[in-house]
Write a protein that binds this ligand. Structure first.
Ligand code: GLC
Length: 514
């Protein structure tokens, strides 16, 4: 019997233990599917404050007082915790390891947004590598995600040569490790060259200038993004966030794999977070969800008013500026909008004000709680995501499961997953527009509202959309293929390297500088 592929998956957030965005969902659902495909997966993640709030989980402390040496004279201790996930019969094994440090993680209310974030996630990355060594995990590959773990491919190539190949997944290129500053916004003279010696750990300000994402792009064996389209977009100045040149130089090692969702978590037939369960053959029950939500939020109770939902991070990325421009126009139409999200203060105060003004038509829920998402989706007829850019965008994939038809901008992952509805051909699963322009968004909404009036046509669209599957099965197999390719290439490189070394030894030639 062949040995299972062994993956160490390192992530800064992991649902249900910690979550600020889509990465947490991916980190919890992709490894589960990989295990079903016969891989053994060890996840490593920080022990954030809210981990302790997750019910029915037993954390086992496996190591204490492990010193992590961060730079000359700086050493910080941590503990390793572990929990094993047992879910029926699986072909592989899933273990979650937590790095616990009170001062840098467990005492903090948020996952990010502190002025020592760069130091915190450098510490986490060093501790993760220590854990791999200490526990002899011996993976075939290390899979890192986004800037928080972006220093790992660099460390493995330059500093801590454990010999494991790396895959780096870009979930969002806009975040590169320096808070609001990224490559493009950093003055040229202060930019990280991606390879110089790291500053001392105590020099917080200098650490903030390290571009973790750039280091990952330059040093990971292979890179992928979370959709095919985004992989193509990021090598251009419009989407490359200042790193397009480096991404272009690695084009042959850059891939795109569209995210999936966990269909067992997002299933309106069994989901106990929604008011009334339903499936595509009982759409009359879906309407009951709308009536209940309207009542709960103080909206006008009417089954026939089209309800548009939007549950997402309140950030510029998600296209809120377009919505803001047309909100008064929309409020003159026969429709209702429910927005749920946490994020930028300016958006919060804008929508709070508008929800006060149009209280029977517009509802705004903040902060975002994960149970609100299926509630809003199951009540909504339409789902809005007019993103400025979108690496993948899993929320419309979730909304489809609950019969809310997406209206999205044709960008990034959204253009891979959401196709314009064609009533004649009976194809497509949403309404799309191309240019980042509020009038184009308005006309996509108007198109959707026109079709909504034709009840029979609409129901057939909803039924078809709900039957579509964006599960992890196919993407997880693509990841397995990519892992194998990375491992094969690294082996070939290793063999080549040792052959060269042998020749050098035989010929008695030394390496310059060694
Ligand atoms: C980020 C991206 C989003 C993607 C998610 C998971 O949050 O903005 O598009 O779906 O990561 O990969």
């Amino acid at each position: 019997m062949s040995k299972n592929l062994k993956i160490v998956y390192i992530t800064s957030e992991l649902a249900p233990f910690s979550k600020s965005g889509g990465l947490a969902d991916v980190a919890s659902s992709l490894p589960r599917q990989l295990v079903r495909e016969g891989c053994d997966v060890d996840i490593i993640t920080p022990f954030h404050r809210d981990c302790l709030l997750v019910p029915h989980v037993r954390f086992q402390k496996i190591r204490e007082h492990i010193p992590i040496s961060l730079s000359e004279g700086t050493c910080i201790e941590c503990s390793f915790l572990k929990t094993e996930i047992k879910e029926g019969k699986k072909r592989g094994k899933l273990t979650i390891y937590f790095i616990d440090n009170y001062r840098l993680f467990r005492s903090r209310k948020w996952l990010y947004s502190y002025d020592d974030d760069a130091c915190r996630y450098f510490f986490f990355s060093m501790a993760a590598l220590r854990l791999i060594k200490e526990l002899n995990l011996n993976p075939d590959i290390i899979h890192c995600n986004d800037w928080e773990t972006g220093i790992i491919p660099y460390l493995l190539k330059r500093k801590i040569k454990l010999g494991y190949p790396t895959l780096f997944t870009l979930h969002n290129l806009a975040y590169q490790g320096q808070g609001i500053l990224n490559e493009r916004k950093t003055p040229r003279s202060l930019r990280d060259d991606g390879g110089s010696k790291l500053p001392k750990f105590c020099h917080k300000e200098k650490f903030r200038l390290i571009n973790f994402t750039k280091r990952a792009i330059l040093h990971a064996d292979t890179i992928n993004t979370v959709s095919e389209r985004y992989a193509k977009e990021i090598v251009t100045p419009d989407f490359g966030e200042g790193l397009e040149r480096y991404l272009k130089s690695r084009k042959k090692d850059l891939f795109g794999i569209v995210n999936g969702i966990d269909n067992s978590v997002y299933n309106p037939k069994f989901d106990d977070r929604i008011y009334v369960n339903f499936d595509e053959s009982s759409l009359n029950k879906k309407v009951k969800n709308k009536l209940k939500l309207q009542r709960e939020l103080g909206l006008k109770i009417d089954a026939n008013i089209p309800l548009i939902g939007l549950t997402n991070r309140l950030s510029e990325q998600k296209g809120f500026d377009l919505l803001i421009k047309i909100i008064d126009k929309l409020m003159k139409k026969s429709l209702q909008i429910v927005i749920a999200g946490s994020g930028e203060k300016s958006y919060i105060s804008f929508f709070e004000k508008k929800a006060g003004k149009y209280s029977r038509k517009l509802s705004f829920i903040t902060p975002f709680l994960s149970e609100i998402e299926p509630k809003v989706d199951s009540a909504s007829d339409l789902y809005l995501l007019p993103s400025r850019f979108e690496p993948c965008g899993i929320s419309p994939l979730i909304s489809l499961r609950y019969g809310a038809i997406p209206i999205v901008r044709k960008v990034g992952g959204l253009s891979d997953t959401i196709k314009e509805f064609d009533p004649k051909e009976k194809t497509g699963n949403g309404f799309t527009f191309k240019k980042y322009d509020s009038l184009q968004l308005l006309s996509a909404i108007e198109r959707a509202l026109t079709f909504y009036k034709d009840k029979k046509l609409w129901q057939s669209l909803v039924r078809r959309a709900m039957q579509q599957s964006f599960s992890w099965e196919i993407p997880a197999r693509k990841y397995v293929m990519l892992y194998k390719k990375v491992i094969r290439q690294a082996k070939a490189r290793g063999n080549q390297e040792s052959r060269i070394r042998n020749y050098e030894l035989r010929l008695g030639i030394r390496r310059l500088g060694s």
